[in-house]
Design a protein around this ligand. Sequence first.
Ligand code: SF4
Length: 370
Amino acid sequence: MDSMYVHIPFCNRICTYCDFNKVLIKNQPVDDYISALINELKTYGKETLKTIYVGGGTPTALTVSQLDRLLKFITEHFTVTDEFTFEANPDELTTEKLDVLNNYGVNRISLGVQTFNNDLLKVLGRTHNFDDIFKSVNHLEKIGLTNYSLDLMYNLPGETFEDIDMSLKYVNELKPKHISWYSLIIEPHTVFYNKIKQGKMTIAGGFEEGEKYDKVISGLDALGYPQYEISNFAKAEYESMHNKTYWLNEPYIGAGAGSHGYTGDERYYNIKPVNHYINNMNEHGSVVKEKLLLTQNDKFEEEMFLGLRINKGVSEARFLEKYSVPVDAVYGDVLKRLVEKKLLTRKNGYISLTEAGRMIGNDVFVEFLL
Ligand code: SF4
């Protein structure tokens, strides 16, 4: 395997929009979880990986000694050659925690900023504020960990176009290497979902959401952050190597509660609830809840859905090399139709979404279902 994702399912507060696999950290068996996680990681044997990504939940919700214990094991058991990313909340990235990350070779931080507007941060239920963002970036700069991503969201309830302008202004001030900027998705079982259902909250849809997306893309492009994936933007040489594993449909290890991994032939899904995860690891030495063996058609579909997310698109030569069949033999008619509709282009051996196609990405992806 080239890559590994490690999940820390604890947070200090639950955000109003979040449907990730996470629990409030208070009174949770965090040390037992780390023990179970370490035991799960041992099942993979010692490996050299190109990328490791520790996400959550909030990995920085762990204490300094918990972080130390986890990272000590990870770096003794695995060798990471290229990119070692840690997700962090701005108010939790203390100098002590940052020193631990730095000591163990973490070389990239994904900072959960979401917005620079304090009122919107409150609406989102975040624990940090505007000042925390600047403080954490200062800490990062001070220790020379300058490869960080700011993770933002748009189309928030009550958000204006001026809020996006303000975020662009601060992006330009902070000059991160990478930006993820996702549209808010209203997921079931969240506070936002219930509020909208009860008519107590609205978010912009359709045209306004599209205009905001346009503003994000053109604003970042003007600041020197070309878009390279539907929601991701980076300075040259700083595209996320780890996330590219997913988009290029390459195998990766998924470890931790609710994680999923991919072997190339099979996708596997870990048990989600923290206590079940710990008990299963302790009693059965395994935490995999489900394995899904992929058919050839599943693989074709995933190659297209994932690969079309990146601006460069799907390489026709790589498709042929991976599956021993030309992409036209599987998708000839679909490709012809979507190119005619100007939703796809085929250039220099790559199939990619046009701007219009990117706006309705999910509708385009559906066309590749076999
Ligand atoms: S958005 Fe992040 S910090 Fe907020 S509850 Fe979800 S996982 Fe935790």
